[in-house]
Ligand binder design. Structure first.
Ligand SMILES: [Zn+2]
Length: 435
């Protein structure tokens, strides 16, 4: 990136603003040094159950249950506390059920607990229940999930990263063992196979993508992707690209996406926080539709998707897509999930193929790059039961990569193509004075 001409990168700017937001959340700091014994002394003998925990993008979400009712309950919080006096309180959503309370951090998978905000330390996690007149009960968390730990590396910032381990241990108090959940944060370099972000140029190999007037979608997406990669790297980020143009027609194409080295498994292995898939659109009747579409998974906060759409339209001097389906959420932002008829079709295919139908609902993202890269957070399902496909090795992972698919314009719309060919920089760079 050439700083002198004041240009910077659209996607990079968005990621950088995510990074810049780190540390601005005001957490309550209690200056009161306690040992582990003191921290655990107030904890109830009965433990709260952790029924789910998932990292999606940069955020951790937990779900659980307290198995007793307390009269006059007014609030349930998650407490993160360290022995040197730091204390964070995160308000939880909760509902009363017959025999207790179900609680969770957020119903949007890319919000919840921001892992990028943690300082080096060891945090014990407790559930605090408030009742009556400012009375409190503390519960530790017993892991009832099939997952025994998560390892997470923060986004590279000034050449540095933190390694975050989310894990479980036991504290001995008199004759009882108290299960607990903890977050341990240490400074660490990124291991060789861990990346900040994945850029995925759509199609490739034997798959040309959409074609029009001698142009192949696969060539154009690669051109954009390489530019984006280079500029993100110039900002100090570690970037993985899912193909670089050297892939062969034999080993790369529509049937290889779930291969060991197909794009789905590349993203899973990368342990990246974000994946951006770049495409060009096409429509049956040339020039009948135009503009930019950003596709996002369901159940997410769409601010980043909106920022992609708004910035591309503004800086590439193009327009929002003219498509108006029911799943359009904002100008240029689309959340396409399975429709009933497609779920039915899925079920028929399973019957014909002799395998058990996938668990697909009307919340399940339709586009595989948004669904399969998110693991259980986004309902990934390609587990190998359909023998005509490979396997997403990360379908059952509780660590998901936050995914967006950008359709930069229509390959068979003359205005869009003129812009894509002549104003390439507008899609990748934006003019800005303070960056
Ligand atoms: Zn495409």
């Amino acid at each position: 990136m050439n700083k002198e001409n004041g240009k910077s990168l659209l996607i990079a700017i968005l990621i950088v603003s995510v990074i810049a937001a780190i540390g601005f959340t005001a957490y309550k700091i209690v200056k009161n040094i306690k040992g582990e014994k003191a921290i655990f002394s107030r904890v109830e003998s009965a433990q709260a159950e952790l029924t789910n925990y998932i990292v999606y993008g940069t955020h951790l979400n937990i779900e659980g249950k307290i198995n007793e009712l307390t009269q006059g309950t007014t609030d349930i919080d998650l407490i993160l506390e360290s022995t040197d006096g730091y204390k964070k309180e995160i308000n939880l959503q909760y509902e009363e059920v017959e025999d207790g309370y179900k609680f969770y951090t957020s119903d949007l998978i890319n919000t919840g607990i921001n892992l990028e905000e943690f300082m080096k330390n060891k945090y014990y996690m407790f559930i605090k229940l408030e009742y009556g007149k400012k009375k409190q009960k503390y519960y530790s968390l017993e892991n009832k999930t099939e997952y025994d730990q998560i390892e997470y590396y923060t986004i590279t910032k000034n050449g540095q990263n933190n390694k975050i381990e989310i894990k479980f241990d036991k504290h001995e108090r008199n004759d009882e063992l108290i299960n607990y959940m903890e977050i341990s944060v240490k400074q660490s370099k990124l291991p060789k196979d861990v990346y900040d972000i994945v850029i995925d140029p759509g199609h490739g190999g034997s798959d040309t993508g959409a074609q029009y007037n001698g142009f192949d979608e696969a060539d154009l997406t690669l051109k954009f992707a390489k530019q984006v990669k280079e500029k993100l790297e110039n900002l100090g980020l570690k970037v993985k690209i899912t193909r670089d143009g050297t892939e062969s027609k034999e080993n790369f194409g529509t049937r290889t996406v779930y291969d060991e080295n197909g794009r789905v498994n590349i993203v899973g292995k990368s342990k990246a926080k974000y994946v951006i898939s770049i495409h060009l659109n096409s429509i049956e009747k040339p020039n009948s539709e135009s503009g930019v579409e950003v596709y996002a998974p369901s159940k997410i906060n769409l601010n980043l998707a909106k920022a992609f759409a708004d910035n591309i339209v503004k800086y590439a001097k193009t327009s929002y897509s003219t498509l108006e389906p029911s799943y359009k959420k904002y100008d240029g932002v689309y959340v396409r999930t399975y429709q009933e008829s497609e779920i039915e079709q899925n079920r028929r295919e399973a019957e014909e193929g002799g395998y058990k139908p996938y668990n697909v609902t009307t919340d399940t993202p339709y586009l595989y790059m948004l669904r399969e890269t998110g693991g259980i957070a986004t309902g990934a399902y390609v587990d190998g039961r359909n023998k005509s496909y490979g396997t997403n090795n990360f379908y059952n992972s509780n660590i998901g990569v936050e995914a967006y698919l950008l359709e930069l314009g229509y390959i068979n719309n003359s205005e869009d193509m003129k812009n894509i060919l002549e104003n390439e920089d507008g899609y990748v760079d934006r003019n800005c004075t303070n960056c």
